[in-house]
Design a protein around this ligand. Structure first.
Ligand SMILES: Cc1ncc(COP(=O)(O)O)c(C=O)c1O
Length: 402
């Protein structure tokens, strides 16, 4: 029997660091796009796991794969061969179009993947005195020092400096700014093809084409952080594919890659990947049997259940619902941005009370950048669930006194 939410809240307040803004509900069970709290109340979750539970909660193939693998071997360190790791690397590379031969390094989270990409870039550049990385304003790449230093949002930098040197930030989709940011010490340009935390801001095709050309001209690496926009969310495996943008030299994944189990991966073309020589980088847990078994089942689900097509169809349906919402509230909504099942509803006022009111009505979403409601529904979400969720948002916005 689960403890009441109030008892869990009491334990939290006494023993858990208060670095997150937590709603006072204790979620004890999940299935697909639904979760239940300790009191048995059901919620529609249109932000499952903040993009981690990409297939929804407890996806059957992933649960079965974890159970099977757990009974065989959980973990062995990376001084031995790990069959599911090799199979997963092959599977990931098979989905990355346009990159040619590539290799994969495994870690446990998005921020670790970013760290690896930064080290890889610097290792590639060291012989030629190149070490600087261009990143984007409003980009988000994680919370550890390298990833944090490469994150273009000053609020995350407050009070924790000095940061890792060598990062500069350019406004997204500003070609001239990008061009002038390159210098003889630039080793890479790092970008989310669709910014997530920054408010669901897609790169334009021209921007990424120009970025590819500039990186080639300056012998720098083009690096895509697909931690949030990858793994089917945009309607293709990767955000850059939906944008029809050129392939990068380095790409990294986490969040939905494990379907709820922690795993991160950095994919690099064979050339740059060779910079990660023995001893240059590592991870004790990275790519263990359990994580890789879970992730292989994520790929099986996406492929066998036709989820990319499903994302495009449900995404279109969601697009119509969002248009209706925008026209119903022209004074409350400034803009709606959507790529597949990645949605921003930009409000003219702070979004936190809207998130709380949605939760009271049984819907889980969140807010980013203060006034952007964010939805990252499961790839398995149904049109009916989207209707239900958007009806709640409609009701909440109608009642909200801005
Ligand atoms: C694009 C992007 N990169 C990196 C990260 C960091 O991932 P993690 O929280 O797993 O460290 C996030 C997390 O939101 C992200 O959205």
């Amino acid at each position: 029997m689960a403890m009441p939410s109030s008892a869990t809240l009491e334990l939290f307040s006494q023993h858990v660091v208060a670095n997150y803004g937590r709603a006072p509900i204790s979620i004890v069970r999940g299935q697909g796009s639904r979760v239940w709290d300790a009191e048995g109340r059901c919620y529609l979750d249109l932000l499952p796991g903040l993009g981690v539970s990409g297939l929804g909660h407890c996806p059957p193939k992933v649960v079965a794969a974890i159970q099977k693998q757990a009974a065989e071997i959980l973990h062995i360190h990376n001084n031995y061969l790990i069959e599911p790791q090799a199979k997963l690397a092959e599977r990931i590379v098979s989905k990355i179009t346009g990159m040619g031969r590539a290799k994969v390094f495994f870690c446990n989270s998005g921020t670790e993947a970013t760290e690896c990409a930064i080290k890889l870039a610097r290792l590639c550049g060291q012989e030629h005195g190149r070490w600087k990385i261009i990143s984007t304003v409003r980009g988000f790449h994680g919370r550890t020092y390298g990833a944090l230093s490469s994150t273009g949002q000053p609020k995350f930098h407050e009070g924790v400096g000095p940061l890792l040197p060598g990062f500069s930030f350019v406004p997204l989709n500003d070609l001239a700014a990008l061009e002038s940011a390159f210098d003889a010490e630039t080793v890479a340009f790092q970008v989310e093809p669709i910014q997530g935390e920054g408010g669901i801001n897609p790169c334009s095709l021209e921007y990424l084409q120009a970025a590819r050309a500039l990186c080639d001209k300056h012998q720098a690496l083009l690096m895509y952080d697909e931690v949030q926009c990858g793994m089917g969310r945009s309607g293709d495996y990767f955000g850059y594919q939906t944008l029809k943008a050129p392939a990068p030299d380095v790409l990294w994944l986490a969040k939905a890659l494990g379907g709820g189990f922690p795993i991160g991966a950095v994919v690099a073309k064979d050339g740059p990947a060779a910079a990660l020589k023995p001893g240059t980088h590592g991870s004790t847990y990275g790519g263990n049997h359990l994580a890789c078994a879970a992730s292989l089942a994520v790929f099986d689900s996406i492929d066998e259940e036709g989820l990319l097509v499903h994302v495009r169809e449900t995404g279109q349906h969601l697009g119509h619902l969002l248009q209706d919402l925008a026209s119903a509230f022209p004074k409350k909504i400034t803009e709606i941005r959507r790529m597949g099942l990645m949605v921003a509803i930009e409000l003219t006022f702070p979004g936190a009370p809207v998130v709380a009111a949605c939760r009271d009505e049984g819907l889980l979403v969140n807010v980013t950048q203060g006034n952007v409601l964010r939805l990252l529904p499961a790839l398995t979400v149904t049109k009916g669930e989207l209707d239900e969720g958007l009806a709640i948002i409609h009701k909440v916005l109608a009642a909200h006194e801005a």
